[in-house]
Design a protein around this ligand. Structure first.
Ligand code: ADP
Ligand code: MG
Ligand code: MG
Ligand code: MG
Ligand code: MG
Length: 633
């Protein structure tokens, strides 16, 4: 979740009073860093993944699986190696929102060699084993986007109870103990988002209409101490009321370093139309609060779970106290492209503060970047620490990062951190995490390869932002990979903008191609690889990953969401009422664990060939050969 400042959090009232201060200094800090770093050149391709995990505790007698709230204990031990020798660890571990969550990244980013693709999965496996070693015998680390029974009765270990009248979330379902306790940021964000909004967040996700779901599905919250929830809970929806329902989900993210700011802006734009496509392809979250929902992805849940906009800002009341009507939550898809090529596709009206925009222009920042930053800065700080209020704007960037890191969008444009060797980067944030390292490595390698193809062939995937927004909605629908169509550009080698450059395609057509109209992303990757010198093992690994992507896209293999749905609806205890009981949950998670441990196979999800030649390190000879062929020595 971005920057983790240390210190004592201020109350919402205090934070609110300082919001103009944070904005003012945040913008100055950006201007200063921009002046210092805009001409930075010559960084090389580096990239790394972030995988989020949950800790599950099984009780094989009671047949239950619950979220174990021990992440902080585990993390403390996992961080010891890094604290002792930060430059020589194979993994880095960070806290995440849930007291049951961990985030792991490789110890160092990967570089431009193709042979790095052969290390990704081994490193993910290493991380899984490293954390698993620290668990109790009946605990399991899982890369599962959503725990099916989050917020359902008795979902944590130890048992905890929600506190609707006190604490950070005031949720009827999600106890504060399930929020990561080791850093004040998480509870502070929870409280401040709720207080800024002046009511609890409200998340309504349509329930899956199975035959025994009542015609009018409407829950009664009075026994839980209803606090107005019934008013905002919508009919035929699974209602959720806390940040944890969204931020307590796991995802898979990727960060790329570009050679300079221009390339970073290009990558930011070119990856944007791929966000909904990759969201649909990685769909892995059909369950919420113990129910089967009618969506396959977490995106709208997480977006609503941190929606701090007031009623005025949401357009429900005329503006009086607030400055802007704002069309999206601070967690949502991006609203504007950043490169000159992207400018003509910015067709969504952008809300921003004119003063800030002008100030950025006066300081030599161009229109596109200025409006991007000014748009991020329509938000208030929702977490401020007393030690960080007064800063040296020439050196510090905390106020900038404060706003930047709480704009949780599909893409993030990351400037170089102060005093570091790190360059301009972009982060690709839509993907849902898959249950196995094999799948996650496949998604990561495919996406990294796409960036190589886009940059080397100078492809243009841009479509109007409004169409990307439409695609985001389609991507989350149940079974989107099979039944939805997505706006996509087929004229990818031209710069011309016309209504004929894009049309609606299935995911299969986008990934595998449509005869005579679009070559397909995987065939493009393959033609790029055909011109590269790649060692046999890496080639084999990459081909297995591309096959998985192709088969998921064509429907030959199930998406994670489709497979999860199938497992629950075919369970002998399932009553066609969209309810995931403790027993169904237990059997499902046990099965997932057996698949991940290779005790059973799951060809409908993974295909036949899941064995891997992935290795911990690149053999020296391979690295040398590749470097030589890259430099033609
Ligand atoms: P955040 O949570 O803010 O997105 P993290 O530090 O958790 O950031 O993860 C950043 C990712 O970027 C990791 O996968 C890491 O390996 C990768 N990374 C680190 N340094 C670089 C770099 N110079 N260029 C590209 N990626 C990098
Ligand atoms: Mg994270
Ligand atoms: Mg991170
Ligand atoms: Mg993060
Ligand atoms: Mg990240």
């Amino acid at each position: 979740m971005g920057l983790l400042s240390e210190g004592s959090p201020l109350s919402w009232e205090e934070t609110k009073k300082l919001s103009d201060h944070v904005r003012k200094h945040g913008v100055i800090q950006f201007i200063n860093l921009y002046k210092r770093l805009r001409d930075r050149q010559g960084d090389v391709l580096k990239w790394g993944d972030e995988v989020e995990y949950i800790l599950v505790k099984f009780d094989d007698d009671a047949k239950t699986a619950k979220l174990s709230l021990r992440a902080m204990e585990i993390l403390r031990i996992l961080n010891e190696k890094e604290n002792e020798d930060p430059d020589n660890v194979k993994s880095l571990w960070r806290p995440e929102y849930g007291a049951y969550m961990l985030e792991g990244t490789p110890g160092k980013p990967y570089g431009g060699l193709l042979a790095h693709f052969n290390v990704v999965e081994a490193n993910m496996r290493y991380r899984r084993q490293e954390a698993t070693k620290l668990l109790h015998s009946n605990e399991v680390l899982m890369s599962l986007t959503v725990f099916p029974r989050v917020g359902a009765p008795d979902f944590t270990d130890p048992l905890t109870h929600p506190t609707p009248n006190t604490g950070a979330s005031r949720s009827l379902f999600f106890p504060d103990e399930a929020i990561y306790p080791g850093h004040p940021r998480f509870k502070t964000l929870t409280r401040n988002i709720r207080e800024r909004r002046r009511e609890k967040v409200a998340i309504n996700i349509p329930i899956y209409r199975d035959e025994s779901v009542p015609l009018l599905f409407k829950e009664d919250f009075t026994s839980k101490g209803d606090d107005g929830s019934s008013k905002v809970a919508k009919d035929n929806c699974i209602y959720m009321d806390a940040m944890g329902f969204g931020m307590g989900c796991c995802c898979l993210q990727l960060t790329f370093q570009a050679c300079n700011i221009e390339e970073a802006r290009t990558l930011y734009d070119q990856l944007t139309p791929l966000c909904p496509i990759m969201l649909a392809l990685t769909a892995a979250s059909p369950f919420y609060r113990g129910y089967i929902s009618d969506v396959d992805c977490r995106w709208s849940v997480i977006s609503s779970s941190v929606d701090c906009r007031t009623q005025e800002e949401r357009g429900l009341k005329p503006l009086k106290e607030n400055k802007f009507k704002i069309s999206k939550s601070r967690y949502d898809s991006i609203d504007s492209y950043l490169s000159r090529q992207g400018e003509k596709y910015n067709d969504v009206p952008l809300t921003y503060d004119d003063e800030i925009y002008k100030q950025l222009l006066e300081n030599g920042i161009d229109h596109l970047l200025a409006q991007h930053i000014a748009h991020l800065f329509i938000r208030d700080s929702v977490s401020l620490f007393s030690e960080k209020v007064h800063q040296n704007d020439l050196e510090d960037t905390d106020h900038f990062e404060n706003i930047q890191s709480t704009n949780w969008q599909t893409m993030r444009f990351k400037p170089p951190p102060p005093n570091s060797s790190i360059g301009w980067r972009v982060e690709f944030r839509p993907c849902e995490v898959q249950i196995t390292d094999f799948e996650n490595a496949a998604i990561v390698c495919f996406t990294v390869l796409l960036t190589r193809v886009i940059l080397s062939y100078k492809l243009n995937l841009l479509i109007p932002i409004s169409k990307v927004d439409q695609n985001m909605i389609r991507a989350q629908k149940r079974n989107a990979v099979k039944v939805e169509k997505f706006w996509f550009r087929h004229d990818i080698t031209s710069d011309i903008k016309s209504d004929n450059t894009q049309s609606e395609f299935t995911i299969n057509e986008i990934i595998n191609g449509k005869n005579g109209i679009f070559p397909g992303l995987v065939p493009l990757v393959n033609s790029y690889l055909a011109n590269m010198n790649v060692d046999a093992d890496t080639h084999c690994t990459i081909q297995r990953y591309l096959k998985l992507i192709q088969k998921r896209a064509s429907g030959e293999l199930l998406t994670t969401a489709a497979w999860l749905r199938k497992e629950v609806t075919l369970h002998p205890e399932y009553k066609h009422d969209a309810v995931i009981t403790q027993r169904i949950n237990y059997d499902l998670l046990r099965k997932i664990h057996s698949i991940v441990s290779n005790d059973i196979s799951c060809p409908e999800l993974l295909g036949q060939c899941v064995s891997s030649k992935t290795t911990d390190t690149i053999p020296a000879a391979v690295a040398k050969a590749e470097k030589c062929s890259a430099t033609n020595c």
